[in-house]
Design a protein around this ligand. Sequence first.
Ligand code: FE2
Length: 379
Amino acid sequence: MATTSAPLPETAQDTFPINGTDFIEFYVGNARQASLYYRSAFGFELVAYRGPENGTRDRASYLLQQGKVRFVLTTAIRPDLSPDAAYIAEHVHKHGDGVRDLALWVDDAREAYARAIERGAQSVAEPRVLRDDDGEVVIAAIRTYGETIHSLVERRNYRGLFLPGFVPVTPHYQGTPVGLKYVDHCVGNVELGKMNHWVDFYAGVMGFRNLLTFDDKDISTEYSSLMSKVMANGNDRIKFPINEPASGKKKSQIEEYLDFYVGPGVQHMALATDDIVETVSTLRDRGVEFLSIPTSYYDELQGRVGRIDEPVDVLARLGILVDRDPDGYLLQIFTRPVQDRPTVFYEIIQRKGAKSFGKGNFKALFESIEREQALRGNL
Ligand code: FE2
């Protein structure tokens, strides 16, 4: 299987420094209920809220946090209250619950925005200053695939919890963390023939480099396949694999996503843990559903990956996958979609040196996805 690491372009250099993922904002149909799901199932803490009770009439947003992972769940209170509320409601109508914003933490939002626009990014929002008693945040936004955006967030002059307008909350029920530490990578699905367009966007506009490429020979099962390129910034804190469908005998899992999300969007977010056995055991106990892997996968595991610290029978019981690369190994598992549409899902990942994305697991993983596609009548 011919996976190639693209040669590092001489010019690969971040257009502007990015310190990490600032937050991920979802537009959802019912943010109050979703916030309870992320607390009770995924162990997030609800730490702040912005809505009608504290001066924002048209929408409600819940800030959930675990480790460095920050999710914002936003819903429209009523579509006719403002153009923004109309847009949020329309987004949910079209896409179902999904990711609107992969927000990036930058040193200087005005500068980052100016450089990005200069290099061809499309503007969503010009830099604006949000202020409260804790200082000011400067925030701008550019668009990426589909209706997804990257907010550029500068918080060097802000001491507050999150963003002006958000009020700290201490809810009656709080989540108990499951050990999620940070966002490892966020994957986008784009239309057939559009992968290289968005690869060029991340290279040309953001100065990212192409870390890895998977072609349809790497990622094909009997029926469906995909192609993928991983784009990363200079410090590797931002990793964005971009997938497009490849032709197979039947419908690619990427096509299924595009049909049901009604266009390109975020397919999955990988959340890192230092103890995947403990994290996944707890998530399962709390009702999170994972893709099932046939027991034959574990018969061949040790021969394929060599010695690992974790007992194979425990991994088999939990359905955790393992892959090795020259730098070490990684453990990973994928949830089923977390809404009724077969769209957004999560990966839980623990890296023990490995810097790759689990290519050795693609076959087992995609066969599992195809079994679920078949059950949905979409294969
Ligand atoms: Fe992934």
